[in-house]
Write a protein of this length. Structure first.
Length: 393
């Protein structure tokens, strides 16, 4: 198995990606024992292995043939759930040369044409029955999309090296994993993207119902346009559209769309910007704060440090006052749920901070003391007592 690679630091990402794919074809965990080599029957085993796409669950079947040791590797699962996929690699290992002699790959993929059994795509959509009926009327059949791949590598010749040692890796080379990194984004000027941003924001304001496929497509175009902006231009866009208590319905819709787009980007820059502009101790717009908090749920990687610190402050430090008391209670609930989610996300990378967050949350709940509870109950008004119970819950 190839666990690391070395390459010049200025290697073009297309070239580097191609090299990693080729090396990935040769990477494998080939296991044998003296018993399996002599008994003549196939053997099998399962492993986790890192390839150029990431970590995979794999199974191997090996057998001895006249040409060498043959291994058939099967990948289980696919990044696209509910898809029909098959990925096999056959490796013929040359025992004398101690290297793979032939590698053949076969892969097929068919995209999902139906939703996962038991999932109702309309179940979580709020609104009246007429709106849901419009969505059902908009339904369409998903076209069949398939892909097949068949390739092979064959060792032509082995030339023994006169030297029995390898030269050291040059100090200037970069060390990395075999996983193909996401290519750097192409940065465009705001002037080149402004028409796409404004046009698709207009689409989102005018197309109804809000859950229609056309409006969703316009939102994705907004996200795509923002992804190609530099950090400075992204700040310019945010400063233009994200304003508390916008003076018009159009301004509110544009603001909400940009907040959602920054969350959908889920980059350090976009989430940091969202935190600095919306989640401040002086924020009064409850609906805007709720919308911003929602963007941080379900992150696949650790959030920016400023986001964790801000949500901690919202839970334990700041005394925030909002324009809507009912929504303010929702903010309290969502902030604590989010902080718990953050603790789970950073558990492996920062266990000390995770334990600190969990301890602070536990201390807020406290052990129930009947005498203390009666004293507190007698001192609070009905409204204060209701708020106290809500916070404990």
């Amino acid at each position: 198995e190839v666990v690391r690679v070395y390459h010049p630091h200025d290697e073009h990402h297309h070239v580097l990606g191609t090299k990693k794919v080729l090396v990935g074809l040769l990477s494998a965990r080939l296991h044998t024992t003296p018993e399996t080599m002599t008994r003549g029957s196939p053997w099998s085993y399962s492993v986790k292995e890192t390839g150029h796409e990431g970590e995979d669950d794999l199974s191997y079947v090996g057998k001895v043939t006249p040409e060498g040791i043959s291994f058939t590797r099967t990948k289980h699962g696919h990044v696209v759930r509910n898809a029909e996929a098959k990925n096999e690699k056959q490796i013929l290992y040359h025992a004398a040369h101690e290297v793979p002699h032939t590698v053949q790959t076969k892969e097929t993929f068919s995209s999902p044409r139906q939703i996962t059994p038991g999932f109702n795509s309309n179940a979580g959509i709020p609104g009246d029955p007429a709106k849901l009926q419009e969505l059902r009327d908009e339904d369409f059949e998903i076209p069949l999309m398939t892909a097949e791949s068949d390739g092979w590598l064959k060792l032509k010749q082995v030339v023994p090296d006169k030297q029995d040692v390898y030269e050291d890796v040059p100090a200037s080379f970069h060390q990395g994993s075999i996983v193909i990194d996401e290519p750097p984004k192409r940065v465009l000027k705001l002037e080149d993207q402004e028409e796409a941003i404004v046009g698709n924001l207009t689409c989102m304001r005018t197309v109804r119902p809000k859950e229609s496929q056309e409006r969703i497509a316009c939102f994705h175009h907004v996200v795509e346009a923002l992804q190609h902006l530099s950090s400075d231009d992204l700040i310019r866009v945010a400063n233009k559209y994200i304003k508390s208590n916008a003076s018009s319905e159009e301004g509110n819709e544009n603001r909400d769309a940009i907040v959602d787009a920054l969350g959908a980007m889920a980059t350090n820059d976009s989430l940091t910007l969202l935190t600095k502009m919306v989640l401040t101790p002086h924020q009064r717009d409850a609906k805007l704060a709720l919308r911003a908090l929602f963007q941080f749920f379900g992150l696949e990687k650790s959030p920016p440090q400023i986001a964790i610190k801000t949500v901690e402050d919202m839970c334990f430090q700041w005394q925030m006052v909002f324009d809507d008391e009912i929504e303010a209670q929702h903010i309290w609930t969502r902030a604590h749920l989010l902080l718990g989610a953050f603790a789970g996300t950073i558990r492996d990378t920062d266990p000390v901070r995770t334990n600190k967050i969990i301890d602070r949350l536990h201390n807020m709940v406290e052990i129930h003391d009947p005498w203390k509870h009666r004293q507190l109950r007698s001192a609070l008004t009905e409204e204060e007592y209701s708020s106290h119970l809500h916070e404990k819950a």
